[in-house]
Structures are given as structure tokens and as C-alpha cells.
Write a protein that binds this ligand. Structure first.
Ligand code: CAA
Length: 257
């Protein structure tokens, strides 16, 4: 399948999606989101893929939802088409997705990065929710996810003023997992993704599911959920192999990866 707004590659067990609308700083229109979802559908079905990286360009991961596409929308139109709801599917994927962010990750770009499982940032990365300057507010989860990442005070300040956060601040407050030099960003993200893809795929997917559960439930329920999944893991051949390999002081040879 060919795509017009993204570049898709597979390197070993890692799928790489590069947003590719350079003239619009990777602004996310309905075609981009449709193409990302189509390629993620394929990666989810492909047993040869164990992890995914989504990245942009040096200048912009993505400068937001496409303002030109949405500026004339009416309330009934956005309601009837359920505008933005298809974006949510990106955050509901079961295989791990790393966002590798250089340059601007603004508005929907910041929201897309936060839908991924973790964010690796280049030292050039800039995050923000500037929608308030357009007379609106974040609409792809920004008011909710940013608040969970960085806490109410900082999220409120960013959403109410549109102030951008640089990579150092984003790392300090836990929005990104790590900062790497811009020139190494994609290579580092691919390396981390390959490490994950080399592990037991069901163990990785269950771990992702369990961490995500912490956003949706109480601590007691979350811990109960974790315990059930942990117990279930003892039915997996990969658990037997992983622990046998440790005991025998050899590398594990996981079958389900
Ligand atoms: N939508 C559509 N086009 C965009 C865009 C966007 N979000 N962001 C940038 N572009 C386009 C510009 O219109 C410009 O196109 P032309 O060359 O055809 O004029 C091109 O990308 C380059 O942009 P600039 O000339 O503005 O580049 P710059 O380096 O001077 O500034 C920037 C970069 C600060 C990121 C600036 O482009 C900017 O502020 N962009 C908008 C950021 C924004 O408001 N994002 C939120 C969008 S709303 C949203 O995302 C809603 C939601 O929650 C789902």
C-alpha cells in the first residue's frame, strides 16, 4: 500500500512511521490520521512486528491538527463526523509505540506524542498546547493526558497560555522519558524499539496493558488487574524460557516474539 503523507519502513521487527508533510510542518489532517491508522492496523496484524516508532522531521514532529482543514467546520459537521475520534485509535493500540520527537510537537502533535507509550525527545523538541491562541482548546486528549503527565499546575499554565516547553523542562517534569541529541534521535528510538521487539511479545503487550490500566482505575483495582495478568503469565512458554535461561546463565530464546 502506498501512502502520501507518511513514509513507512520495516527494519527487522520494528515498524517506522515518519510523518511527511514538510510544507505544513506535518500538520495532522484527516488523511494523515487515516494513513497512520491504516499502517498501525497492518502492524498490529503482522506477527513479525514487535514495536513501532512514530517520528517526524528535524523541524517538526507535528505542528498540530491541520488548522486550514478545520477552520470552516461547523458544530453539526464536527459532531456528525465525530471529529478527532478516529485519533483515539492510535492510543488504543496493543503493540508498543514510541514517539521520537524533534522540533515542534504542538497541539495535536503533542497529543499524538502523548498517545504513544513513551516519548524520546531530541534536544530540539518543543512541546505545547497552543490551541487557546486559536480560540479553542486541545481536542485530542491534551487537557487530560498532559495533566496526567505533568500535573495540574503546569498543564493548566500550558493550556491557558499556549507556552511551549523545551526538551529539558519536558524531561524534568516527566513528559518525556529521555533526551537524546537530535542527530541520534531516530537511531536511538529504533534501538530501544528493537530491544523491546526482541522480548516476549505477549509479555510486552500485557505489560503495556497493565501500565495503561493505571490511568483508568483506582490503585486497588489496578493492582488486582496486575496480579491477575501476572498470574496468567505463568501459563506462557516464554515465562518458562525466560526464567530457565536466567537459572542456566544463558540468553533467553523467546518463541512468542
Ligand atoms: N495547520 C496547518 N498548517 C500549518 C500548521 C497547522 N497546525 N502549522 C504550520 N502550518 C503551515 C503554515 O501555515 C505554513 O504554511 P505556508 O508556508 O503555506 O504558509 C507552514 O506550515 C510553515 O509554518 P510557519 O511559516 O508558521 O513556520 P514557522 O517556523 O514560522 O512557525 C510554528 C512554526 C510556530 C509551529 C507555527 O507554524 C505555528 O504556530 N503553527 C500552528 C501551531 C498550532 O497552533 N497548533 C495547534 C493546532 S490546533 C489543534 O491541534 C487542535 C487539537 O487539539 C486537535
Amino acid at each position: 500500500m502506498s501512502y502520501e503523507t507518511i513514509i513507512v519502513e520495516t527494519r527487522g521487527k520494528v515498524g517506522l512511521v515518519t510523518l511527511n508533510r514538510p510544507k505544513a510542518l506535518n500538520a495532522l489532517n484527516s488523511q494523515v490520521i487515516g494513513e497512520i491508522n491504516a499502517v498501525l492496523d497492518g502492524f498490529e496484524r503482522d506477527p513479525g512486528i514487535g514495536a513501532i516508532v512514530i517520528t517526524g522531521s528535524e523541524k517538526a514532529f507535528a505542528a498540530g491538527a491541520d488548522i486550514l482543514e478545520m477552520k470552516a467546520k461547523t458544530y453539526p459537521e464536527s459532531y456528525l463526523e465525530d471529529f478527532i475520534t478516529t485519533w483515539d485509535r492510535i492510543g488504543q493500540r496493543r503493540k508498543p509505540i514510541i514517539a521520537a520527537v524533534a522540533g515542534y510537537a504542538l497541539g495535536g502533535g503533542c497529543e499524538l506524542a502523548m498517545m504513544c507509550d513513551f516519548i524520546l525527545a531530541a534536544d530540539t523538541a518543543k512541546f505545547g498546547q497552543p490551541e487557546i491562541k486559536l480560540g479553542v482548546m486541545p481536542g485530542a486528549g491534551g487537557t487530560q493526558r498532559l495533566t496526567r503527565f505533568v500535573g495540574k499546575s503546569k498543564a493548566m499554565e500550558m493550556c491557558l497560555t499556549g507556552r511551549l516547553m523545551d526538551a529539558a523542562e519536558a524531561e524534568r517534569v516527566g513528559l518525556v522519558s529521555r533526551i537524546v541529541p537530535a542527530a541520534d534521535l531516530v537511531a536511538e528510538a529504533m534501538k530501544v524499539a528493537a530491544q523491546i521487539a526482541d522480548l516476549s511479545l505477549p509479555a510486552v503487550m500485557m505489560t503495556k496493558e497493565s501500565v495503561n490500566r493505571s490511568y483508568e482505575t483506582t490503585l486497588a483495582e489496578g493492582v488486582r488487574f496486575e496480579r491477575r495478568v501476572f498470574h496468567a503469565m505463568f501459563a506462557m512458554a516464554d515465562q518458562k524460557e525466560g526464567m530457565a535461561a536466567f537459572a542456566e546463565k544463558r540468553p533467553a530464546d523467546f518463541k512468542n516474539r
